[in-house]
Every structure is written in C-alpha cells, then in structure tokens.
Design a protein around this ligand. Structure first.
Ligand code: EAX
Length: 333
C-alpha cells in the first residue's frame, strides 16, 4: 500500500514537472533559434553597420530571440562583390551592399549609378521607396537574392591629392579609384580621368599614391580619415549612392509569411532610420573634414561635369534596358 502511495505521489507531483522541462527543452518551430550572419565591408559606425545593427535589433526583438544575427564587418568576409556571392550561396544570410557592385549582377541596379540622377535626398527616397525601386529590388530574385530595402551611402564627392578640382577640366588624367561598377568606370572615363575599379577599403593605395583620388560620401571621408591621405575635396555630388539591403532568396522563402513580412518591414525601418541619421550627421562630418585640413571646394562647376556625361543616359539604355531607363528618367525630371 505504502509503495503504491509513493508511486502515486511521484506520478502526481514529479512527472508533470519533468515533462514540462522536457517540453521546454524540446526545440519546436516556435522556439527554434535561427542564427544568421549579416555581411558588410565597412567598419562599426559606418552607414552599412548602422543599417545592419538596427535591422538586427528590430528582428531579434520582434521575434523574441527566434532569430539572432552576427554582423561580420570590416571586410572580414572579403569585398562587397565577394559578399554578394556568399549571400547567393547562402553562407552569408543578409548583407548591406553599396549599389555599385550590385550592378554587376542586376542590370537594373546599374541605373542607380547614372550621374546626377537624383536632385535631392527626398527625390531619391521617393524613387527608391516607390515602384521603380521595388522593380530593382525584385530584379535580384533572378540571381538567388531577395532585395529587402535601400539604405543610404549618400551623394558622392571627389577627393584627390594632386589638384583643386573646380571644373571638369581639372580632372584630366587623374588616376581615380572607382567602385567595381562598369558604369562608374565609364563615367570617369567620359570626365577625362583615368579610372581604376578597386574593392573597398583603399586607404593604403591612396597613401602610397597608387591612385590620385577617389569619390565617396562625407561619412566615408570622415569615418575612414580620407583627409589624412587626400588634400582636396570637391562637392561634385555626381552620384547619389545607396546600399541594397539583401538576403539569400531561399532562406527568405523558407521563412513563414509572417516572418517574411517582419524581415521586409524591419529592414525598411532600419534603412529609413539609417538615412535619417546619415543626413543629420553630414554637417558634423564636413566640419571634421575641414578641421582636419582638407581643402574643400563647396561649389565646383558641376555643369561642366554634366556636360561631359550627357550622352551616358541614352548609351545606358543598351545595357540597362531602354524601357526602365526611360521610365526612370521621366520620374526624376
Ligand atoms: O560604402 O566602395 C565604395 O566606395 C563604397 O562607397 C564604400 O564601400 C563605402
């Protein structure tokens, strides 16, 4: 009798606890933790990092930790072109990549490298957050990538060590580093420079004088201390540079539809947050660049640059596609 009583007590008090513990430790769809890698080429505090970190924060919070992200930064995964391939292969899950190199796979993405396309940040937002931007994001699916959103690099400006650049004539023969983007190389060749496509970062090449100059937004000139290896900057604002925030298409498709919505909306929010921060910080970047002795031409003769690249829009219709370029040029009029 006593034995039966003990067994009864055990079955009533202890067993349920064990099952519950077992249940808790049992990995289910609901509580499975998915670890993901986010790849960026730039350093902590950079535009890409801010967007990646905000995305990580939002999804980890909204998924109650079902998704956790490790941000691999500072070119630890190689160049942006290499990171794109790793996302295509699925060894990297998410990436924030400057649009230039994305143009090597998606022709439509190349359109965003057209010079003097956007007159302002607001116009860039209108187009990138609109149907034309969505068409570019969707174009990545054909390459095993899911385009989630556009974050911001910013308007690119020319720096160099040789000469104060006020008109396009001053660019003649300058060895300019460009992103690994065919259209960028074409632009600088049309402007009279001697362009060299190179993966980021390039401080060593600038310091050694392998190249005379480069072009990037203010945050890059400041964050990468380009003012230590370059004397002059001209506010050419010749291209509005964005990032395409992407992920592996299969990994995205394997998510539940609720999680897919959460990933897309979180990256959109992260991108909007990052754009705002970048724009609010431009004055501080400029002040620091000038304080560190860089000679800045705030009002170069931009029309002299425009004049040299006027044919590129028609030309680009062959590579990018006449229909899309025509609609884009119409939209930014
Ligand atoms: O985002 O390669 C470049 O010039 C990019 O603008 C750089 O990665 C910073």
């Amino acid at each position: 009798m006593r034995r039966i009583l003990i067994i009864l007590v055990i079955s009533v008090l202890v067993l349920p606890g064990l099952f519950a513990a077992g249940e808790k430790d049992t990995v289910t769809e609901e509580n499975k933790v998915q670890e993901m890698v986010i790849g960026i080429v730039t350093v902590p505090g950079s535009a890409q990092f801010v967007a990646a970190e905000k995305f990580k924060e939002l999804v980890e919070e909204r998924s109650n930790g079902r998704f956790v992200f490790d941000i691999q930064h500072s070119a630890s995964l190689g160049s942006e072109s290499s990171i794109i391939q790793q996302v295509q292969m699925g060894t990297v899950d998410v990436a924030v990549i400057t649009t230039g190199p994305v143009g090597n796979i998606s022709k439509l993405a190349n359109a965003l490298s057209l010079p003097f396309l956007f007159k302002s940040n607001e116009q860039a937002d209108e187009i990138l957050d609109g149907p034309l931007g969505q068409e570019i994001l969707d174009s990545l699916s054909a390459f095993g990538l899911k385009g989630l959103a556009f974050s911001e690099n910013g308007f690119r400006n020319l720096t160099n060590n040789k000469i104060e650049v006020h008109t396009v004539a001053d660019v003649e023969g300058l060895k300019i580093r460009t992103m690994e983007a065919p259209l960028q190389v074409k632009i600088w060749r049309m402007l009279g420079a001697n362009p060299t496509p190179m993966a980021w970062p390039i401080n060593t090449e600038l310091a050694q004088g392998t190249i005379d100059g480069q072009e990037n937004p203010l945050w890059v000139i400041d964050k990468y201390k380009i003012f230590e290896v370059q004397k002059y900057m001209s506010m050419t604002r010749h291209v509005y540079s964005s990032h395409i925030d992407m992920m592996n298409l299969k990994t995205f498709e394997n998510l539940s539809s609720a999680d897919q919505d959460m990933f897309v909306s979180s990256m959109r929010e992260a991108a909007a947050y990052q754009r705002g921060l970048n724009r609010d910080s431009n004055a501080e970047y400029m002040a620091n660049i000038v304080a560190n002795g860089m000679i800045v031409d705030e009002t170069p003769d931009v029309n002299s640059f425009r004049g040299m690249v006027v044919d590129i829009y028609e030309d680009s219709k062959k590579d990018i596609g006449a229909d899309f370029v025509t609609r884009l040029l119409e939209a930014v009029k």
